[in-house]
Design a protein. Structure first.
Length: 278
């Protein structure tokens, strides 16, 4: 039976993603045959509070632009990646990214591939990127593309173009849209509500909670029914912390986001996108 070689680079990658210690990361990777996702779950099952693993964190450096059409019916997030913060903070590079995002809006593109083929002043975006790469000497590209279409879409850019948020609402509500976009930027919810959390995520969380409880000496000998009931309670706490509607509203912790939206005219969030560098 072949064994998987765990490299120092693998261990460091897991450390950076989870914040766990080096030896714990080594053991997690060893126990899971080098499977990165399984290693994260293994650490959590041991009771470690690891850093949140979210799909919104991809490119480490670059510029995130969030824009909407003039009628606020469609929203776009375009991430142009680069290698260093020196480039990402350069005004010319930011303007370059803004131009590509403007082209996405003007051409109503639906994917990164389509965006790369859009022309700006007769030149394809992909060719403009290659020209920019040659001039600055860093690898750049369209690292992320997101799009939302709804009766009303609000956009928000946070932290010197390091994060972009789109929120699709059921009706026009500019103030509520801005407030909710800022909430999403600050609290990083996983989904709109418990019903919209993917089933595989729910089962993954349930399995982790149950494993944690079975390893707790206080739960030794407890019936499976009791463990399952307590696990459901912990899952409800997970939903409260990680779903937008149930989160405490950052501008008024005395109410939930759902309460706030109801008071704002029965506004409802249809979907959202959050893209962050880091």
């Amino acid at each position: 039976m072949s064994t998987v070689t765990i490299t120092a680079q693998d261990i460091n990658k897991l450390r950076q993603a989870t914040g766990a210690g080096m030896m714990d990361c080594r053991k997690a990777l060893t126990e899971t045959g080098g499977d990165f996702e399984a290693a994260i779950d293994w650490l959590r099952k041991q009771g470690q509070k690891v850093a949140a693993k979210r799909s919104d964190r991809e490119a480490k450096e670059g510029v995130v632009i969030a824009k909407t059409t003039g009628d606020n019916k469609k929203g776009f997030i375009v991430t142009i990646s680069c290698e260093t913060d020196f480039v990402s903070k350069n005004a010319d590079f930011v303007a370059f990214a803004q131009g590509i995002a403007d082209a996405a809006v003007a051409n109503d593109v639906t994917s990164a591939e389509e965006l790369n083929n859009v022309e700006i002043n007769g030149t394809k975006v992909s060719d403009l990127i290659n020209d920019k790469l040659a001039s600055i000497g860093e690898k750049i590209g369209v690292a992320r593309f997101e799009r939302i279409e709804a009766p009303y879409v609000a956009s928000y850019i946070h932290g010197a173009y390091r994060m972009g948020v789109l929120v699709g609402l059921n009706k026009e509500a500019a103030d509520a849209g801005k407030d909710v976009a800022m909430q999403i930027a600050a609290m990083n919810p996983l989904a709109v509500d418990a019903a919209s959390v993917p089933a595989e995520t729910v089962e993954r969380e349930r399995a982790i909670v149950v494993d944690q409880m079975k390893q707790d000496p206080k739960m030794a000998g407890k019936p499976e029914e009791m463990i399952a009931k307590i696990a459901e309670g912990k899952l409800n706490a997970f939903f409260k912390e990680n779903t937008l509607a149930a989160q405490a509203f950052v501008k008024d912790n005395g109410k939930t986001v759902s309460d706030y939206l109801k008071s704002a005219g029965d506004v409802k969030v249809i979907e959202f996108k959050r893209v962050a560098l880091g």
